[in-house]
Structures are given as C-alpha cells and as structure tokens.
Design a binder for this molecule. Structure first.
Ligand code: GLY
Length: 352
C-alpha cells in the first residue's frame, strides 16, 4: 500500500512501516524512547509491535487506564510525572500505541512536555486510523466536553497496521466506520456505497482512501479556519448526543461513531430543510445508519440538554451554533446557521 505524505510527516502502511520507524529511531539518536499504551493495547498490540520493530534501543512503557473517561488532564499529569521520573528530556521520543484516547492524549502530552518533544502515532482502532491520529489535532476532554483542551501538533510519522484491528470489538470497528461514511458523504460517495452495500469490505482500501481525503483537507486548512470544518459533518449534533449520553446516569454510553452516525442522520435532515439536500437521500442515510448501528432512543426530554451541550462546539463563534450541511453528496457548505426548532425537528426525524 502506497505511503501518503502529510504536511510534515509520512503515513506508512502495513509491515513496511516498521522498517521506516526503525530507521527514524536509528537516525535521530533519541536520548530515550517511551511508548504510551493502555491495558488493552499493552496486552494485545504491544507484543506485535515489539516483534516487528527491529531496534536495540530500550523502550520504556507508560501505561494508562483504557477509556474516554481517562482522557483528561489528570491522566496527562500522570504521564508527565512518569516521563520525568524516567529521565525524559527534550530529545526523547514518545510513541503512542492505541485508539483515539491514546493518540490524542499522547500527542498533547508530547507536544507540551518541555515545550514539545517528538511523537509517533500508531493507531490501533479504525477510528484512530482514519481520523484521530492524522491531521495534528491533540488534546483531552474537559469534564464531558470533548477535546476542549489541546494544541495542533504534528507527529513525526504514522504507522497504519490494519492487523491491530483484530484486537478490537466489532462495535469499535462500527464506530470507526462512521468516520469513513463521513468522508464518503462529503468527498467520495463510493465509500458510503461500499459500506452500505457490501458486506465484504476491503478495509485497507477504505482506510487508505479516508486518510487521503483527510490529508487533502488538512493540507488546505491545517488549523480549521475554513474548509477543515467539513470534517465535523455529523459531529455538531453527534458531539451533543455523545456528551449527553456520557453524562447521563441512566443511559448507556454511546461510542463516538454511534453518536456521529445519529448526528449525520439529523444533519442530513437539516441539510434538506436549509440547502434542499434531496429528500430521498435523508431516508437512505437514516435507513443505512439504523441498519448498521441500530436505533438509539432519544427522548423528547433529552433534546434541550443536547442542544445546550452543542453550544460548546469548537466551530461556534459568538455563541451561535455553526453547522456543516450538504447541498448534495460530495457538495457541502460550512458555517450554516440553523434555528433551534429545526434542530429539535431533526432529532425527532431520527426518532421517528
Ligand atoms: N476530527 C476532525 C478533524 O481532525 O478535523
């Protein structure tokens, strides 16, 4: 599989990527190397990583607890302390081996430790392969508000090894699929059609195409001043739903992808009302999403709180909620304003 060149770093695929990683380690003469894992990636991914990486340099393991609830400043302080105790300095390297929590948090820890050390992302979930590890966004949550604290910082390289996908649950794979569907609707409808119509997916091809699309967008607008906002298609309502379910004592948490999938149905509805996105597509999207993810119940009484949480979305300016909407598949508009009543209607459309 061909490598992809991002702004300042390459994305290498499959086993060849480990040779590239070994040569970076050899050539850059790091003073020390750390690998950030959680208990799952330590058990299931770290052995493969060590087997494939040809290096005689010692690598110190730093382990954190698995799960979105640990993607916070307290965990960062734990990692900074561990690195300090283990003698990390400005010439140290941090390798992140895990899903979006590990790559986002690890990138943030590295880019702020002693004003910034180099880091390399090795995503192990589909979500982190196609989205979180690429594009330079790093950070942590603030309470239930997602990714509120962070910086833009690029890794030195990304290793995409789809073999790690055998270590995650089908639910996590479905979660990552939502981001591929997002790229499909906004940039290349083939991706959505393949997921919708084809039970035997060529996952490596879908990952490669997704990263290509994300990279093109990020190269044009690295700091999300304009066009990069398209990568938040489905995320404005999706993040509101995700945070609401995370905070609720009675509702079972949704994965990021499950919430974003709900967001794409609602935002397709908004698109039809605001930009005349074809009516038949909103039914196609709703039916495909419910087939893949099942139906989540959103009560009438949940709606105001979900809209309240959407006000924290980072795309908003001056307290107004900003949406990415579709005029058609592969044809979008950023910075769309939508009245609250229509947002409520869109959640009712999902529920209906
Ligand atoms: N996950 C959206 C972005 O990287 O911009």
């Amino acid at each position: 599989m061909k490598s992809i060149q991002a702004a300042t770093y390459p994305v290498h695929f499959e086993e060849k990527a480990y040779n590239e990683l070994a040569s970076i380690i050899k050539n850059r003469a790091y003073s020390s190397i750390f690998i950030l894992v959680d208990e799952n990636t330590f058990e299931h991914c770290y052995p493969r990583f060590m087997q494939l990486l040809q290096t005689d340099k010692p690598i110190e393991i730093i382990q954190i607890d698995a799960g979105e609830i640990y993607k916070n400043m307290e965990t960062c302080i734990g990692v900074w302390n561990a690195m300090t105790e283990l003698g990390a300095d400005r010439r140290s390297l941090l390798i992140t081996l895990g899903g979006g929590v590990i790559t986002d948090l690890g990138g943030f820890v590295a880019s702020t430790f002693k004003r910034g050390i180099e880091f390399i992302n090795i995503p192990t979930t589909l979500l982190s392969m196609v989205d979180a590890s690429v594009g330079g966004k790093t950070g942590v949550d603030l309470g239930v508000l997602k990714n509120q604290i962070g910086v833009f910082a690029n890794p030195e390289m990304i290793v995409i090894d789809p073999e790690y996908l055998h270590t995650v649950t089908p639910r996590e794979i479905r979660s990552g699929t939502a981001e591929i569907i997002k790229y499909g609707m906004t940039h290349d409808i083939r991706l959505f059609n393949e997921i919708k119509d084809n039970p035997n997916l060529n996952i490596v091809d879908l990952i490669h195409r997704s990263i290509e699309i994300k990279n093109e967008v990020v190269l044009e607008d690295p700091k999300e001043k304009s066009i990069r906002k398209v990568l938040n298609w489905g995320h404005t309502i999706g993040h509101g739903v995700e945070s609401y379910f995370l905070d609720s004592e009675t509702k079972e948490n949704l994965t990021h992808g499950e919430a974003i999938a709900i967001g794409m149905v609602c935002e397709a509805y908004l698109s039809s009302k605001v930009l005349n996105f074809p009516e038949e597509y909103i039914h196609e999207i709703k039916s495909a999403i419910i087939t893949i993810y099942g139906k989540t119940t959103i009560e009438e009484s949940d709606v105001d709180d979900i809209i309240g949480l959407m006000k924290h979305d980072k795309k908003n300016v001056g307290g107004e909620i900003n949406f990415v909407l579709l005029e058609n598949y592969e044809n979008f508009k950023i910075d769309c304003k939508v009245p609250n009543d229509l947002i409520k209607e869109s959640l009712q459309f999902y529920n209906s």
